[in-house]
Design a protein. Sequence first.
Length: 363
Amino acid sequence: MLGSVIALALAAGAVPTPKLYLGADLSYVNEMEDCGAVYREAGKPVDPFALVKEHGGNIVRVRIWNDATWTKYSNYADVLKTIRRAHAAGLQVLLDFHYSDDWADGEKQIAPAAWAKLDTPGQARALYDYTRGILARLDADGAMPELVQVGNETNPELMGGAKDRAINWDRNAVLLNAGVKAVRDAGKAAGKPPRVMLHIAQPEHVLPWFDAATVAGVLDYDIIGISYYSKWSTRTIAQLGQTIAAAKARYRADVMVVETAYPFTNDGADASPNLLGEDSLIKGYPATPDGQLRYLNDLTQTVVDNGGIGVVYWEPAWVSTRCRTRWGVGSNWENAAWFDLKKHEALPAIGFMGRTYTPAPRP
């Protein structure tokens, strides 16, 4: 038994940096399995982490909240379990710090309750200590992630409230740089430096945000992460590609799509409304299993053609179960998962990770 554990640890540590990151955010898997979900392929139960690996994937993303008292998931214990499962399957890990007790996204960045009344220097110290502390703890537990996001969809000011508040870049830069420094220092101490990502939702916001960040002195990052959902973006897939190419050239950083999704049906398995409905569809990509696969194939090819380094799908394992969330019983995403509505049988979309993507020749 010990020999097997050591072998897995060695295998996980030996995974090289891929030229193209392809994978999924599997933050929901532990919760869904606790709720009774059984994922299947060819009728047989499968482990989603192993399934991602078997179909050509090489990375799993996982979110972490500071003190989410409303759920027992996406805390340290749950994240550790996810990272261990990913590493055991031979996958790299992207750890996504939300710096909130709840969802932080392109609409809002709500400070953790414990930090809410601190001034900017106090919040910067708290953010640094928390980030470095989590990473040091993960390293001690043999679960250091290979990539780290300093914030999730930080279109608004980090810990600054709703998106309609103008960004105070003096404050924002102090906070972002504190998080980046914490990742760098933790990686140096561990001898396992993660790559640092900054993440913005929707391609139309990427260049303006990073231009402002550059002026403010936010310069030390390795990867620009982009969320792309046609429902919430004004840009086409081709225009996403143009943004990737422009960002790569302008900021001398790698660029990847770190969130995207597409429905395989407009039906649902429960009374919870689907977040991705008819308003999410793109001409030429119907809400069918084949349409979902072609969307991912074409989007990934566009990323590669424009110099991007990866695509991560959100959230393919959030299937319908008997469990209740704050939005109702079941899932709001089951029609955009990688598993069908009835038996949670794996769909063709999972195959996008196993394709070979060769950049189109430049004119």
